[in-house]
Design a protein. Structure first.
Length: 218
């Protein structure tokens, strides 16, 4: 696919950046998702659930093998309409077209409220950054049910006492305790104290992706 064709079709195709996450986080084409050929099948299918959609893959330039390798991987997984913008970022910038980059923003927690107990900073739409942050205040006795993400999640407990289920293990945290959950690992937590559980969790993607499992944690 040429630059002109892609520019005209941006609103009607799914654009995928095949660069490593760090490079993607610095700058990428407008609206692009980030996948690499090394990602698990589960991660790819979660990011691109419609195998019939038109997908356009790009990387840095025509010399880079990342875009054609990812395109071949997508075709092998059954995606029916995969195209490659071989000239990539260098060609896009050379034509004077804009990239999406991290933006300076200032927010209040109230700007991020999903409800009375949960607040979400989703990095990509909010600031063009490849990270997301949840802040939750879970009342005593309440729990967040088991779920999975196709990326790692890091928890920091600021107040209260909580019990986390992480795969097959159970971990209890006190204030200032931290816990890392690897990708695709079922996890959830429960407030086992007598004050609200104040938790900050960092997701290693700028767009939240999670699948609920319908089960309570320990």
């Amino acid at each position: 696919m040429t630059r002109e064709e892609l520019h005209a079709a941006l609103e009607s195709v799914t654009v995928v950046d095949a660069q490593p996450p760090a490079r993607y986080g610095q700058a990428h084409l407008p609206g692009a998702l980030n996948l690499v050929a090394e990602d698990s099948d589960e991660r790819v299918l979660a990011a691109l659930p419609d195998v019939s959609a038109t997908v356009v893959v790009y990387s840095t330039d025509a010399r880079c093998r990342r875009a054609p390798e990812l395109a071949a991987r997508l075709e092998a997984l059954g995606y029916a309409d995969v195209r490659t913008y071989r000239e990539g970022v260098e060609d896009w910038v050379g034509a004077g077209l804009e990239l999406e980059r991290p933006r300076a923003v200032t927010l209040e927690l109230s700007d991020l409220a999903l409800g009375p107990t949960a607040f979400l900073f989703e990095g990509f739409p909010r600031a063009g950054v490849d990270i997301s942050i949840f802040v939750t205040r879970t009342p005593p006795g309440r729990a967040v049910e088991l779920h999975v993400h196709p990326y790692a999640e890091t928890f920091l407990l600021l107040a209260g006492r909580g019990r986390w289920t992480r795969g097959e293990e159970t971990v209890e945290l006190e204030p200032e305790g931290m816990l890392v959950v690897p990708p695709d690992t079922p996890h959830g937590f429960r407030n086992v104290g007598d004050v609200p559980l104040l938790v900050v969790s960092v997701h290693e993607r700028g767009t939240l992706r999670q699948t609920w499992l319908g089960e309570d944690p320990a």
